[in-house]
Ligand binder design. Structure first.
Ligand code: CO
Length: 354
């Protein structure tokens, strides 16, 4: 039974999975991949490893990260306000006035808002300045530290700012965590595409923990999987926006699957870039080369340097406003990435066997 793509993206984007606290989204994915997998296991760090056995010993690793950027409570004050530090790469200027979800140790969810001062009471010198993150606080309507504790809130609890999934218009989607739940959804769709066939290569999918805090899960997963080739499937920066010069636009919405040449932790092998381009051309998949950009990286950086080195590439969905509480994606770009990653899964052994 085919998984409805919009519903799949909704389930995954809405799931809670702040970096280091990925258990809920991992369990959601486990249920989604179960019908298609030959083997599923969770490792020590929390990576979800899903195997689809193929007709040879050639192993292809496909990686998408489970985690999303978030916040972590570091103090509850006597008035019941929650103070926090950031987990992953936030632009903290955009945090004030965002609705948040705090997850308690027992798994409860407490909604709140990052407090901000109304313009009425702002001093003129305060208006033009960003608020330092240590002056920000979360208001869950608790009246004291004891009241917050009564709601189950403790120091160390993770928090996610973000909007629930929404279809803006047919094919245009808003969500809090397309980076990288859209990548996770691509891998689910690839499993579905391959159902009932015996792929040439064995596929091991890694739904990775802690990408946003140093590519940690992919590093240990790549060591275990020991693949011949690998692909990181990501949601990347689409910056085809007013006032942004072309060299600062890594990708654009509507231009299809983005193939990376170079980012901060990886220079992708030319052999891999050419193979992905050739696949896209052969299957008439709309694609773009991602403008080399060194302000971020993906799990491919960790996979590439595993053991004696792994031939690793990166294919991404262009998404606007990633690393914010709400991002925008076009379903057609997502579909192009599903087609390219499926073709890679089917043909990698032939492409990379000399
Ligand atoms: Co990402």
């Amino acid at each position: 039974m085919a998984v409805d793509t919009v519903r799949l993206l909704q389930t995954l984007s809405d799931a809670f999975g702040v970096t280091g606290f990925e258990d809920e989204v991992r369990e959601a994915l486990r249920a989604l991949v179960e019908p298609y997998a030959d083997e599923i296991r969770t490792d020590v760090l929390g990576n979800l490893l899903v195997t689809r056995r193929g007709g040879s010993g050639f192993t292809v690793m496909l990686d998408a990260h489970l985690d999303e950027i978030g916040l972590i409570i570091n103090h509850v004050d006597e008035k019941g306000f929650l103070h926090f530090a950031t987990l992953g790469g936030w632009d903290t200027r955009i945090l004030p006035a965002e609705a948040v979800t705090v997850r308690t140790r027992e798994g409860g969810k407490v909604r709140g808002v990052i407090g901000s001062l109304p313009p009425h009471i702002l001093k003129s010198e305060e208006r033009d300045k960003p608020i330092p993150v240590d002056s920000l606080f979360i208001d869950v309507g608790a009246s004291s530290a004891e009241h917050a504790a009564g709601l189950g809130i403790r120091v160390g609890d993770p928090v996610v700012p973000g909007h629930p999934f929404e279809v803006v218009r047919e094919g245009w989607l808003l969500g809090k965590a397309f980076d990288d739940r859209a990548g996770c959804a691509v891998l689910v769709k690839v499993l579905e595409e391959l159902a009932g066939t015996t792929p040439e290569a064995t596929l091991v999918m890694n739904f990775a923990v802690s990408e946003e805090t140093g590519l940690r899960g992919a590093r240990t997963a790549a060591f275990q999987i020991d693949p011949q080739v690998a692909l990181a499937v990501e949601a990347t920066v689409a910056a085809d926006l007013p006032g942004v010069a072309p060299p600062r636009q890594p990708t654009g919405v509507g231009k299809g699957a983005a193939i990376t040449i170079a980012d901060a932790p990886s220079i992708v092998s030319q052999r891999m870039v050419r193979a992905l381009e050739t696949l896209a051309q052969r299957h008439e998949i709309r694609h773009q080369l991602k403008v080399p950009f060194f302000g971020g990286g993906t799990d491919a950086g960790a996979i590439q340097t595993s053991r004696a080195g792994v031939l690793a590439g990166i294919v991404s969905i262009p998404v606007r406003y990633i690393h914010s509480p709400v991002s925008l994606m076009w379903l057609d770009d997502f579909d192009q990435v599903v087609r390219l990653v499926t073709a890679f899964a089917r043909e990698a052994k032939t492409l990379f066997t000399p």
